[in-house]
Design a protein around this ligand. Structure first.
Ligand code: ADP
Length: 122
């Protein structure tokens, strides 16, 4: 299933594995260009709005079942500003990964500026 999903990605999508060791921009994420799909350790993703809204526990449970069976089919959106990752959506998928004890989550990473970040936090 996961392989089938990957085959549907356009050729210019690149897959990188990001190491937890660096605290700067990871080697796989280019300094310019479009979004890239990378696996990022959960503890490297800041979620500033996490406490503002509770997840639906039923959705999380269903996602846990599905992710453990067929894997994450749609990556979560992540913003990268100065080497720091921020997640504002994909909350149920993120929690499902946490509860499953998965160390990394597949992310669609876009680079942004501090202004982009301020816009998300407004
Ligand atoms: P979230 O807060 O993570 O966006 P939602 O319940 O609103 O949670 O949406 C779930 C999303 O997870 C959908 O976009 C769905 O396509 C995606 N998804 C990714 N992988 C799976 C999977 N294995 N099973 C079910 N949905 C999945």
């Amino acid at each position: 299933m996961a392989a089938a999903f990957l085959l549907q990605l356009p050729n210019n999508f690149r897959n990188f594995s990001v190491s937890a060791s660096s605290n700067g921009a990871p080697p796989g994420v280019p300094q310019s260009g479009g979004p890239v799909i990378v696996e990022i350790p959960l503890d490297r993703i800041r979620r500033p709005l996490m406490r503002t809204r509770a997840n639906d526990p039923h959705k999380v449970k269903d996602l846990m079942d599905s992710i453990s069976q067929i894997g994450l089919q749609v990556p979560i959106d992540v913003l990268e500003v100065d080497g720091v990752y921020y997640g504002f959506s994909g909350c149920h998928r993120f929690e499902a990964h946490q509860r499953l004890g998965l160390p990394k989550i597949r992310c669609k990473v876009r680079r942004g500026t501090k202004e982009t970040l301020r816009h998300h936090l407004r």
